[in-house]
Design a protein around this ligand. Structure first.
Ligand SMILES: C[S@@+](CC[C@H](N)C(=O)[O-])C[C@H]1O[C@@H](n2cnc3c(N)ncnc32)[C@H](O)[C@@H]1O
Length: 161
């Protein structure tokens, strides 16, 4: 259970997050782009880290993850994870060389505040991986589950915002 007693985002991982790490698999092409975007940073904050997808293994990483069920799925040897939320990061300004957020901003209660917080605590790049909701129409699965895609489109923030 989280110290907040309720889900931090729009999905309840305490109830529905079991087995997440079994099905979530990073893509090597995306990993390469994420790690390139992190540049030469030596200390990285991973916000909404889940079980740790795309965390670089060659530098110091600290994870922020509000769900205990998700923190429990982090592999042995993964970076330590703090129970906190993007909107209120418990770190001083410029604490990290870089910050990253992988497929998580669509779940935050206040995306702009969370991004402001990432900007505040990182003295270097802020790397965000998310979905372009408008491009979901071109996704092959849309032909089979159009209703699901319509719902998903409303969850993702517009990149132009
Ligand atoms: C789809 S999972 C992605 C996890 C991981 N980043 C990955 O790529 O596999 C979204 C994660 O965001 C976390 N999350 C939801 N709301 C959050 C918030 N307000 N602040 C930080 N993390 C949040 C969830 O607990 C969950 O672990």
């Amino acid at each position: 259970m989280s110290i907040r007693g309720r889900p931090a985002g729009d999905f309840d991982y305490e109830q529905n997050g079991a087995g997440y790490a079994l099905v979530r698999r990073p893509d090597a092409r995306i990993a390469a782009r994420v790690h390139a975007a992190l540049g030469t940073s030596r200390t990285v904050l991973n916000v909404g880290a889940g079980a740790g997808s795309y965390e670089p293994a060659d530098r110091y990483v600290l994870a922020v993850e509000p769900s205990a069920a998700m923190r429990a799925q982090r592999p042995v040897g993964a970076a330590p994870a703090v129970d906190a939320v993007a909107e209120r990061l418990p770190f001083d300004d410029d604490s990290f060389d870089a910050a990253m957020a992988m497929l998580t901003v669509h779940q935050w209660g206040d995306v702009e505040q969370g991004l402001r917080e990432m900007r505040r605590v990182s003295r270097g790049p802020v790397v965000v991986l998310t979905l372009d909701a408008s491009a979901l129409q071109q996704f092959w699965l849309t032909d089979y589950i159009p209703e699901v895609v319509v719902v998903e489109q409303t969850r993702f923030p517009r990149s132009s915002r």
